[in-house]
Ligand binder design. Sequence first.
Ligand code: AMP
Length: 293
Amino acid sequence: MGIYIVQTVIARNFKSLSHTLKNIDLKKNKIGLVPTMGCLHDGHLELIKKSKKLNYFTIVTIFINPLQFNNKADLKSYPSKEKTDIILLKKNKVNLIFIPNIAEVYPKNYSTYLYESSFSKILCGKHRKNHFSGVTTIVLKLFLLIKPNFVFFGEKDFQQLVIISKIVKDLNLDLKIIKVPTVRDEYGLALSSRNNLLSKKNLLLARKLYQSLKKVEEYKTKDVKHIINKLKTSLKKLGITNIEYLEIRESINLKTPRYIDEKKETRVFVAVNINKVRLIDNYVIKKISPRKV
Ligand code: AMP
């Protein structure tokens, strides 16, 4: 019995990417793509494992995309650990790692951008100018370069997932988006590369964010304004005072209802800054039992 060894190829430019892609037998292999900005954790791994489990030729991209940062300091401080990322990806038998360089992705005088004009205006889009244009531009570039059959995105960035699904639909792209539930630490904190930037004390504070979100059903009200006010007060009491946004929206269309309709999946969306570290999360509201009289 022969041993099947998966050798991980690393491509650092378009030419070597295209060379590797040409050698894939597309009749026998579906391509699964996992776009990332690196500094990988178990959340990213969940996406990768899903692609591997489905037996796809799995491509992971690592690219800190400057276009999606509206703040230079934020871009500069974004964590990176390429060497350990590569070791982890090899261990997980990823077929191809694509680590392009900025000069090739955005050559001098680059001037073409993609812009989704509806869902991009709210939540993170409202607070981070051009963020989603940056995201959709790089994602479309990756789609065009790699031509994946399946692309994996995490629900942690739920708005991103909605916007990318929309561009796939609007532009009739021949690929399927696969969404993966948020991976959390044992205290419920959504794993994020940015968690690496938190001090020990602030990590404890960040963990309280999800703990608070989980309590919204206990308010026993379906009045959205009421829930938001209570949640804001509770976060502030805990010491999470720099709240960028805290909103309740339906998953399907990101519209804000006045009252929670339990027939529709509804989420709390939150972005907070904990000592300049920006964290986002979202929480699906479960059944709210009526107030006892
Ligand atoms: P990033 O490197 O932060 O751009 O994330 C790359 C991909 O991993 C995106 O699709 C994210 O939604 C996904 N991702 C990041 N964190 C998590 C998590 N904790 N659980 C599931 N997916 C995640």
